[in-house]
Design a binder for this molecule. Sequence first.
Ligand code: ADP
Ligand code: NA
Length: 329
Amino acid sequence: MQRVFSGIQPTGTPQLGNYLGAIRNWVALQQRYDCVFCLVDLHAITVSRTPAQLRGDTLTQAACLLASGIDPEKHILYNQSAVSAHTRLAWIFNCVTRLGWLNRMTQFKEKAGKDRENHSAGLYIYPSLMAADIHAFKATLVPVGDDQRQHLELANDIGEKFNHDYGVAFFPHIEGLIPAEAARVMSLRDGTKKMSKSDISAQSRIELTDSADEIRLKIRRAKTDSDPIPATITELAERPEALNLLSIHAAIVEEKLENVVAHFSGQGFGHVKSALSDALIEKIVPIGDEARRLMHDEAYLVTILRQGAEKARAIAEPIVDEAEKIVGF
Ligand code: ADP
Ligand code: NA
């Protein structure tokens, strides 16, 4: 059976974009594949985090994934730093990756901005660690949002260069599983920026632990315009905030966007926002309630992650041992 590898950074509480772009697909993939779900705390410290933030966010993230339907018995849920195979393979990959390849990564440029010199070397070589995360499990399927496409291509370049340089057929080709509907959920305050758990404005995103009142308020305050909903998607091209709210509605009720636009056609945003709030509350609040219940049981979460790390080690360590032998260690 093909193996799926997915990672999410423990940096804050998962938001609606994480859920619609990633977590919901992970839950569905469990029916068809062997899945490895990793809380990528090594990636999280590429930007500065306090120890308390990192520990708290790791548990919050675990609770939200379990509450969303990730099954830690049939699949694997663990935190990255508990499995040293990630860093062992990442070092080998740092020596395979060319600087020119890393220089082309747009996410580093976006995150570092003009202040390149003051960012960590870790943030720069992040895509090499991401390649190691996947290849340490010889995973062939990686469900990610559209924002990770370039990093996946690099992971394949690194695997191929390793195979070529050492004359082996060791690391397999990786395929991205990028969902078509709602591949990118945008901020509620600015329809041209992606929704992110690291955005400074909490009003810009719905978090999985938001209450019904918080969801209603954030949607009511979400930026829109005063025009009614048109009949077709193409007429929304110049209205990113309107398009975003309708796309979120389509994704959460699992309908085609064109049908949702046709359904609301002629109505104002007051009506759309109230229908959207209802739909979000129905899907998100039960997940938040369960996540909060789990967050009160820290011992349970710690045990789940420890057991997950044992299962992850059993797969990844022999693969990385073998890679090290190929290198000549
Ligand atoms: P964040 O940007 O919120 O910190 P991560 O980098 O931890 O999110 O990404 C976790 C997963 O969620 C990745 O697969 C990523 O592609 C997906 N993702 C993050 N933000 C969005 C979004 N706004 N829309 C769709 N998918 C997203
Ligand atoms: Na991110």
